[in-house]
Design a protein around this ligand. Structure first.
Ligand SMILES: Cc1ncc(COP(=O)(O)OP(=O)(O)O)c(N)n1
Ligand SMILES: Cc1ncsc1CCOP(=O)(O)O
Ligand SMILES: [Mg+2]
Length: 219
């Protein structure tokens, strides 16, 4: 898959799964990734804060390879060095990570770049910097991230709906919140605990798909 195919997938696939072993009920990232891909999830971000570089590299390389086989989009969180090493087609950077221009320069190849935002100013800058998509959050309270900002204000949410690039909402999204966000106009939902922390991941993906179908039928 090429650059535009991944951006298209990020724009059109509602479920954006984020891995993290701490939240996975004793399952490994590899096990969770297999379950997600088997359940039809086509966007997976590798976000692992607790492991050594080598552990992250080996795990991410395998998961990236499986994503390629499934036609899924693999996204490396934070680290341009890991993104390069495991040939990730996409990297997601936060406000404190490498800026978009440096990510592109270091990658020395075509790479899709997503940027975390939570204000209008950050969204404007991300678009100006040439980001391919933005993450917007936290939309609700979350316990999955320590250094989290205040919940995104209504004025910032309204601005996000006018952006020319895909907007991926994140933070505290569950089966109830996804309905609210959909009604507000959002179409892309990144989740950690609601997916990797589910007792039965396949069943949970089914439940999300059912809710999303209900919303599509309603609109
Ligand atoms: C899709 C998406 N949006 C936002 C984030 C958060 O990124 P960041 O602010 O860099 O925080 P960490 O995830 O690195 O703790 C994300 N990961 N994905
Ligand atoms: C990484 C991140 N960025 C903003 S909120 C958040 C955590 C999302 O996790 P959860 O879906 O479990 O609330
Ligand atoms: Mg980050």
């Amino acid at each position: 898959m090429k650059h535009d195919d991944h951006v298209h997938q990020i724009r059109t696939e509602p479920i954006y799964a984020i891995l993290g072993e701490t939240f996975s009920r004793g399952r490994t990232n590899r096990q969770v990734a297999k379950a997600l891909l088997g359940a039809g999830v086509r966007i997976i971000q590798y976000r692992e804060k607790e492991k050594s570089w080598q552990e992250k590299y080996e795990e991410a390389r395998d998961i990236c390879q499986w994503c390629n086989e499934y036609g899924a989009t693999f996204i490396m969180n934070d680290s341009i060095d890991l993104a390069i090493a495991c040939e990730a087609p996409v990297i997601h950077v936060g406000q404190d990570d490498a800026p978009v221009a440096w990510v592109r320069r270091l990658a020395q190849r075509d790479i899709v770049v997503g940027v975390s935002t939570h204000t209008i100013a950050e969204m404007k800058k991300a678009v100006r910097d040439g980001a391919d998509y933005v993450g917007l959050g936290p939309m609700y309270q979350t316990t999955s991230k320590m250094d989290v900002h205040d919940i995104v204000a209504d004025v910032d949410k309204a601005y996000a709906l006018t952006l020319p690039i895909p907007v991926v909402t994140i933070g505290g999204i569950d089966l109830i919140h996804i309905r609210q966000l959909y009604t507000e106009g959002f179409r892309s939902f990144a989740m950690i605990s609601a997916l990797v922390g589910a007792t039965d991941i396949v069943e949970q993906i089914g439940a999300f798909r059912q809710v999303l179908q209900e919303k599509i039928d309603e609109c």
